[in-house]
Write a protein that binds this ligand. Structure first.
Ligand SMILES: Nc1ncnc2c1ncn2[C@@H]1O[C@H](COP(=O)(O)OP(=O)(O)OP(=O)(O)O)[C@@H](O)[C@H]1O
Length: 525
C-alpha cells in the first residue's frame, strides 16, 4: 500500500489485504468541500497489468475538477440567492483574459445593458480598456483589494458613476479572478438623502387643538393622498415645514426621499446647480464627477421648496418648465434627465403682492398652488398655545436633562394673551431660552417679559386694539398675512359656489363653514 499524499490511496497487487484482489490495482482520491469536509471520492479499479505510475495522479486530477465544480456551484448558488439589488460581478482571469463568470441583474441595470446571460463573455467587450476606464482596469489587472472606491466608467459610450469594492477570488484550484461589488452612486446618494431626509413629523405628532389647525390638518391629509403640487402659505414660524413633512409621510411616496431646499438661503448662481446638479467640468471648482441635484435626489419622492417667494425670476421660468415637462438638463450638460417628483412649496411672503410687483410669475403660482393651504398664525389659534407650550417644556427639559418646569399662573395667562408675532418658532425659542438659562422650577411672567424685551420693541397683546392689525403694522407689506376670508373666497370659487363642496375643500364641518361665512358677511356669495 502506498500513500502518495495525505488521503490519496493506491493499492497495487500484493499490497491488497485480500488475495482475491492481488490481480488488480486500486486507486482512491477523496473529494473535499472547501471547509475540508469529506464530500465523497473517486475510486479506480483496473487489472494490475494495465496500471501505470501516473494512475493515482489521474484520479487526483479528476477529484480536483469535481471540487472546482462544487466550488463554483456553491459560489453561483450563494450569489444567485443575493437580493435582487445586489451588484455582483465576478471575473475569471485564469487564462490571462477577463471573462465574466457572474454579472448580477443589478450590475446589468447599472451598466444600462440588455438583460441577458453574459456568462464567459469578455469583459473588455463591455468595459473597453480605454483611458477613461483606467482606474477600473487597474483594479482588475492588479488584483487590488479596494473598498467603496468611487470611479467613473465609460460603458458603451455612457458615463456611469459607481462605487466599487473588490477582492481577489481565493487562489484555490488554480483559479485566478476577482469578485466585485458594484453600487450606483446615484443609488447611494438617494439612499443617503432618504435616511437623512428628516421628514420626521406625521399628522399625529403635530401638536394641535384649535379648530383652525384641525381644519388645516384635515385638508393636508386629503391633499397628501393626491399627487398634486401643494403651496403652503403662512407667516414665518407657523409650521409650514412641519406640515410639508407630515404630508410626505402620509403620502404614497413616504418610503422615498423627502428633500428640502431653502430657496432664500442660496445665491442665484448656486440654486440652479443645487436643484438640477451639474455635469463634470461645468464650472471652475466643480467636482470631477459632477453632482446630483435635489430634483434627481428627490426622484419618486417629495421636493420641498421652502421660501419659494424668494426664488429669482429667471429660475422661476426654468422651474415652471421642469414642472410642465417633468425633465431638465443639468448645469453644463445636454442629457435630459426625467424625474417623478411631487413638489410642496412654501412661503411666508405675500405672493399676490410679489406677482403684482412683477417679482413672481403668476403661471408658476398657479402651477405650484394646485392645492393651496393657509396655515393660520398662532394668534388666531389661541387654544394651541398652551398645549404647544407644555409640549415644548417637556421636550426641552428632557433634552437639557433638567427636571420638568411649569409656568406660573400669570406666566400662562401672559402666554395666552401675547400675540406671538414669530408664531410657534418664537414660542419654542422663548421657552428654550428661559429654561436653559434658569434653574427655577417655575417660570414667572417677569422672566418671560424680561426675555422677550430683548427681542421685541414692545410686547403685543390681544387686549390692545385689533390683534391682526397690530401684528401686521409691524410686518412688512411683502410678508404673508393670514386672512381666512381669502380661503373661503377661493374655496367657493373653486367649488363653483357649492357650499358643501367648499366646506369639504377646506376640511371643516358644513355648520362651521356657514358660521364663518356669516361672520365674514359672505353668506350671499
Ligand atoms: N404644530 C406644531 N407642533 C409641533 N411643533 C411645531 C408645530 N408647528 C411648528 N412647530 C415647530 O416650530 C418651529 C417652526 O416651524 P416651521 O419651521 O415648520 O415653520 P415655518 O412656517 O416653516 O417657518 P418659516 O416660514 O420661517 O420657514 C419648528 O421648530 C417646528 O418644529
Amino acid at each position: 500500500m502506498g500513500i502518495l499524499q495525505e488521503s490519496l490511496v493506491s493499492l497495487i497487487g500484493e499490497n491488497n489485504f485480500s488475495r482475491f484482489l492481488t490481480n488488480g490495482a486500486y486507486f482512491f482520491a477523496p473529494i473535499k468541500l472547501e471547509n475540508g469536509e469529506l464530500y465523497g471520492g473517486i475510486a479506480l479499479a483496473i487489472p494490475r497489468c494495465s496500471s501505470s505510475d501516473n494512475m493515482l495522479s489521474w484520479v487526483f486530477t479528476i477529484t480536483q475538477v469535481i471540487e472546482l465544480q462544487l466550488f463554483w456551484f456553491g459560489t453561483v448558488n450563494t450569489l444567485g440567492n443575493m437580493p435582487d439589488n445586489y451588484g455582483i460581478l465576478s471575473i475569471d482571469r485564469s487564462n490571462g483574459q477577463s471573462h465574466i463568470l457572474i454579472m448580477s441583474d443589478e450590475v446589468i441595470k447599472i451598466f444600462g445593458l440588455p438583460l441577458r446571460d453574459y456568462y464567459y463573455e469578455r469583459l473588455d467587450n463591455i468595459i473597453p480598456t480605454t483611458s477613461s476606464n483606467k482606474s477600473f482596469w487597474k483594479i482588475i489587472d492588479t488584483d487590488q483589494k479596494v473598498t467603496d472606491k468611487n470611479i467613473r466608467l465609460d460603458v458603451k459610450g455612457k458615463q456611469i458613476d459607481i462605487s466599487i469594492s473588490a477582492a481577489p477570488l481565493k487562489q484555490k484550484f488554480h483559479t485566478h479572478g476577482i469578485i466585485l461589488h458594484i453600487t450606483s452612486i446615484k443609488q447611494i446618494s438617494r439612499l443617503n438623502s432618504q435616511y437623512s431626509s428628516n421628514a420626521q413629523y406625521s399628522f399625529d405628532t403635530i401638536i394641535k387643538k384649535s379648530d383652525a389647525m384641525q381644519a388645516v390638518i384635515q385638508r393636508s391629509k386629503t391633499a397628501s393622498l393626491t399627487d398634486s403640487n401643494i403651496l403652503l402659505l403662512g407667516e414665518s414660524g407657523v409650521g409650514k415645514d412641519v406640515i410639508a413633512q407630515a404630508i410626505h409621510n402620509n403620502s404614497k411616496r413616504r418610503n422615498q426621499p423627502f428633500i428640502a431646499i431653502n430657496c432664500a438661503s442660496l445665491s442665484k448662481d448656486l440654486i440652479a446647480s443645487e436643484l438640477f446638479g451639474y455635469e463634470s467640468g461645468a464650472f471652475t471648482g466643480a467636482k470631477k464627477e459632477g453632482t446630483l441635484g435635489k430634483f434627481e435626489l428627490a426622484d419618486n419622492g417629495t421636493l420641498f421648496l421652502d421660501e419659494i417667494g424668494d426664488m429669482p425670476l429667471d429660475l422661476q421660468a426654468i422651474l415652471l418648465r421642469v414642472l410642465e415637462e417633468k425633465s431638465f438638463r443639468k448645469v453644463g450638460g445636454n442629457t435630459v434627465v426625467h424625474v417623478n417628483v411631487r413638489i410642496i412649496a412654501a412661503t411666508n411672503k405675500n405672493l399676490m403682492k410679489k406677482i403684482s410687483d412683477g417679482l413672481f410669475r403668476e403661471d408658476l403660482f398657479y402651477r405650484l398652488g394646485i392645492i393651496r393651504i393657509h396655515i393660520p398664525p398662532l394668534r388666531s389659534r389661541e387654544s394651541d398655545i398652551m398645549i404647544l407650550a407644555r409640549h415644548f417644556i417637556t421636550q426641552i427639559c428632557a433634552q437639557l436633562g433638567k427636571p420638568a418646569v411649569r409656568l406660573s399662573e400669570s406666566a400662562a395667562s401672559f402666554f395666552k394673551h401675547y400675540l406671538w408675532p414669530g408664531n410657534v418658532r418664537e414660542l419654542k425659542n422663548t421657552l428654550e431660552g428661559i429654561i436653559s438659562t434658569n434653574d427655577e422650577l417655575e417660570i414667572s411672567e417677569q422672566e418671560i417679559r424680561h426675555y422677550l424685551s430683548d427681542f421685541t420693541v414692545g410686547a403685543q397683546f390681544r387686549e390692545h386694539a385689533a390683534a391682526s392689525q397690530l401684528v401686521s403694522n409691524t410686518q412688512d407689506q411683502n410678508e404673508y398675512i393670514y386672512d381666512e376670508r381669502k380661503d373661503f373666497v377661493q374655496a367657493l370659487k373653486i367649488c363653483h359656489n357649492n357650499k358643501t363642496k367648499a366646506a369639504d375643500y377646506l376640511g371643516i364641518p358644513l355648520r362651521t363653514f356657514y358660521r364663518r361665512l356669516k361672520k365674514y358677511g359672505m353668506l350671499m356669495v
